[in-house]
Design a protein around this ligand. Sequence first.
Ligand code: Z5A
Length: 216
Amino acid sequence: MEKGKFITIEGTDGAGKSTFVPEMKAMLEAQGYEVILTREPGGTPFAEELREIILNKPMDSMTALLLAFASRNEHIENVIKPALEAGKYVISDRFTDSTYAYQVAGQGVPKEYVEVLEHMVQKQLKPDMTLIFTVPVEISRQRLSKTGKEPDNFESQNNDFFQRVLDGYLSIAKNEPERCKLVDSSKSLEDTKEQVVNIMDKFLGSENKRVKKNKP
Ligand code: Z5A
């Protein structure tokens, strides 16, 4: 059986990524793919408990890093790997690029520490495609304040932190242009949706071609 595909969605707080997850799922299902939606931190009952702690308890940045990978290990072993083995598509709202953006670029954890943990926990697993939603810091702050949600450990950081996270994402996208597709979500919802649809269309187009070619 063909292995499934792993798609991740990334971006700064309030960039609008979660808004488009159902849309992406619908596009894949319309092509006949079975799709699992999941998120990080979280994705399993235990990892969801860790999520509550990561987002809400005061902690050192190294502790946040280790908890993010503890939760990721649970998520990969119990959800992501089995789904991919079964030929399903997995869409995860955040994955390891969040750790590079928030813990490394945002909180100053050495990049090499993340590389070691990534290798230990993920082995060969990498997303097949990543959409990175970007929006200027002022806009993301405005959007977050309108949601009326109580800010978590990350949302309560200052603008400099948000800017470092955004720069971290831009540098990931620059280093891995094949995998990472930028979505400028500073404009209207319609404009952002159009960008997402175009990216998904291209990805599906090349996937469908590849599957046809491999069929006996
Ligand atoms: N974290 C970490 O530090 N290390 C790790 O390894 C991992 C994560 C995996 C997860 O929190 C936190 O964990 C995250 C990093 C850290 N930082 N924080 N906070 P979360 O999942 O609760 O937060 P989030 O991922 O940022 O989700 P969010 O707050 O829901 O933001 P969003 O998904 O980017 O935005 P949204 O909910 O889709 O949209 C926000 C609002 O903007 C909403 O009212 C929309 O209607 C509106 N919106 C969206 N797009 C538009 C456009 N284009 N125009 C106008 N309005 C829009």
